[in-house]
Design a protein around this ligand. Structure first.
Ligand code: SF4
Ligand code: SF4
Length: 659
């Protein structure tokens, strides 16, 4: 049967460039996905496949069938899912490890161009891990934090130190279930061991180990990554940025940084401002150097430096199709192997930089934090040298302003200032019903669904229903593209109660909280809401949901699992990787809810996702004995027209709000 034609994207910039791809006969992830016939057994829709030994592979396509070794459908489904969760946890955490190594090099005075930019965060992180700070040299504290972080990857016994920062009730649940994570590497290795042929063969037991591994990501590797990034590059606070392909410039050298790690991209941010390199660009006929980002590298440098984002995951090939990119500099994760073959139609050079990632057809310039600035300048110079090779360009003039940078520290600060920073006003607004609940809408793009559509349909409904939305990763970039990361979004799209809160505090109705590893910031927000009081004692008491409606990466599975284990209701879109196993789906939903207060479900349809979410939020409100949500009860107090404010230039709006 012919595949039904799907609209590739709701983003006009993406559609514009996809027409160029069609005209030039260049394939993209969109066209490849349209032509692709996925194996329905491999993706869990009509069966399950096990490749864990060479007696197989074994395909299980009906209930009761077993593999050659006797493995059942549930065991195989659990093993496959556990391995995917471990791969996601490994990717996030290895990123955290590299940041810890950079911090270690900073403490030793060996990291060219890096320094501790956020001393307050350094001291806060030290306090969290019991590292003394009084009368100590900053370098010594930095060294102790780096040593502690590095040690937690190889730790063999005991709990990771972030476990003690979770709500007390949550820690108790983890200890009772024996899922409090030990060393980060140990948990990943143990999943590989347990899922080897002839090992753990009880689906629920395998999945509990997967929970512990995911927790070593959320409350380990990712949390370290976020905290160390803040120490090195500054804790984010709101800045003005721009997003979409229209941020590329026709008359300047365009460099795009893509991937996940802020270490090299932060150095490139500095290098492109070097007067010598700017002069060099002028000598080559360009009016300047224009840096932008894709995926989570974009989030990292936008929320700290205001560097624009050329788009989310599915924009990586599209940016090249404008013909205006001199160099795309990639590091790790979410980088398509197709990039060099798209680039070869243009003058663009793809530059790989991580010792862990090489792509055939790309130039490899290996990053080393000991010589970071030299390497960054070498890359920028190379891009400038490529500018005269540029041919015809076609950049869609579509971009949107956005205000990212809502770290948990800033969210607390904005609710009480320097002396009364807290989550009390947010909790009170939820208790009063001005805000019905909170939703984290995060995660990837997936060409199996119309780009950004499910994200936007869900966000639009939540805002109308007075649900405050926080976002990270490519979901946050999507929200930015359609204007949801601006205060103005409140004027027409937001329910009266939520609008009242947003306007009183001066925030957009969707808060951009960072990159994929920064989902750990959301855990911290939920923890602070739980410990603030008024909304129960644990994350599972809070009227909140977490969604990844267009997910595609194994990291998303790890994030979902550690959020469930932290007490959240998580819904993922697209389709279930274990759809064929009713038992496993029930285990992750009903059993996990009974054991951990959180549950994981897979629901592709946006309207259904909203329905499930609002039901859950209202159920939690009722359990807390809060007044039932009434849409018309709030919104009148101080409701004066803000047109004059919104007519100010964005920079001035920011100055009015944030000083
Ligand atoms: S582990 Fe068992 S089910 Fe998997 S491939 Fe080997 S024999 Fe088949
Ligand atoms: S949200 Fe998904 S696609 Fe985007 S950078 Fe993160 S893992 Fe990659």
């Amino acid at each position: 049967m012919a595949k039904e034609k799907m609209t590739p994207s709701i983003d006009p910039a993406a559609c514009y460039v996809l027409d160029i791809a069609d005209m030039m006969g260049i394939s993209t992830a969109f066209s490849r996905a349209a032509d692709h016939k996925p194996c329905t057994i491999g993706n869990g829709q009509s069966g399950i496949c096990c490749k864990n030994c060479y007696m197989g592979p074994c395909r299980i396509t009906k209930d009761g069938q077993v593999g050659i070794c006797g493995a059942t459908l549930e065991t195989i489904a659990a093993r496959n899912l556990a391995r995917a969760i471990a791969a996601g946890a490994a990717a996030h955490s290895d990123h955290g490890r590299d940041l810890a190594f950079t911090l270690d090099a900073v403490a030793k005075g060996e990291a060219q161009g890096y320094e501790v930019r956020d001393v307050a965060k350094l001291l806060a992180v030290a306090a969290k891990h019991g590292i003394p700070t009084k009368d100590r040299d900053l370098n010594e504290i930095t060294q102790d934090i780096a040593t502690k972080a590095i040690s937690e990857f190889g730790q063999q016994r005991g709990e990771l130190s972030y476990v003690a920062t979770a709500p007390e009730q949550r820690q108790k649940i983890w200890r009772e279930l024996k899922v409090a994570p030990r060393g980060i590497d140990r948990e990943v290795v143990e999943i590989l061991h347990r899922t080897h042929v002839g090992d753990d063969q009880d689906a629920s037991h395998i999945m509990m180990a997967a929970v512990r591994t995911a927790l070593s990501d959320g409350w380990g590797g990712s949390m370290w990554a976020t905290d160390i990034s803040d120490i090195l590059f500054g804790t984010p606070s709101p800045v003005v940025g721009q997003v979409n392909l229209g941020v590329l410039k026709d008359d300047e050298v365009n460099i795009i940084v893509h991937g996940h790690e802020p270490t090299l991209s932060e150095m490139i941010v500095t290098a492109v401002q070097d007067p010598e390199l700017i002069e060099y660009a002028h000598n080559k006929g360009a009016n300047g150097i224009n840096l932008s980002g894709i995926c989570c590298t974009a989030n990292e440098i936008m929320m700290r430096q205001g560097i624009p984002s050329a788009g989310n995951f599915l924009h990586q090939e599209l940016a090249l199709l404008t013909g205006a990119v001199e160099a795309m500099v990639v590091d790790v994760q979410c980088i398509m192997q197709a990039l060099p073959s798209v680039a070869e139609h243009f003058h663009t050079e793809i530059i790989t930089t991580s010792p862990k990632v090489k792509i055939k057809g790309a130039t490899h310039i290996e990053f080393d934090e000991h010589h970071a600035m030299d390497i960054a300048k070498q890359i920028v110079r190379r891009a400038i040298d490529n500018y005269p090779n540029r041919g015809k360009t076609d950049i869609p003039q579509i971009r949107e302003n956005m205000v990212p940078g809502f770290s948990h520290e800033y969210i607390a600060y904005m609710q009480g200032g320097m002396y009364r920073a807290s989550f009390r006003p947010l909790n009170d607004a939820i208790a009063a019903g001005r805000i019905r609940g909170v939703a984290a809408v995060v995660g990837c793009n997936n060409p199996g669904t119309t780009q950004d559509k499910v994200h936007m349909d869900i966000i639009a409904e939540f805002l109308k229903n007075d649900v405050l939305v926080v976002s990270t990763g490519c979901g946050a970039i999507a929200a930015g593209k359609y204007g949801y990361l601006l205060g103005e979004a409140g004027k027409e799209k937001v329910g009266a109660g939520l609008r009242e809160v947003c306007e009183a505090i001066g925030i957009p109705p969707v808060l951009h909280m960072g990159s994929c590893v920064d989902n750990s910031r959301i855990l911290t927000v939920l923890t602070q809401m739980a410990t603030e009081g008024g909304l129960g004692d644990d994350v599972s008491d809070i009227p909140a949901v977490g969604l990844a409606p267009e997910w595609m990466s194994e990291k998303a599975l790890s994030i979902a699992t550690y959020c469930v284990a932290s007490g959240a209701y998580i819904i993922m879109g697209v389709r279930s990787p274990v759809a064929f196993s009713e038992e496993l789906n029930r285990l992750m939903s009903e059993d996990w809810e009974a054991q951990m207060g959180g549950k994981l479900e897979f629901v592709p349809d946006a309207a259904e996702v909203v329905r499930h979410s609002l039901e859950h939020i209202d159920k939690k409100r009722a359990a807390l004995k809060l007044a039932p949500y009434e849409p018309k009860r709030h919104g009148a107090s101080g409701d004066v027209p803000l047109e004059a404010y919104f007519e100010l230039p964005l920079e001035q709006q920011m100055a009015e709000l944030y000083g």
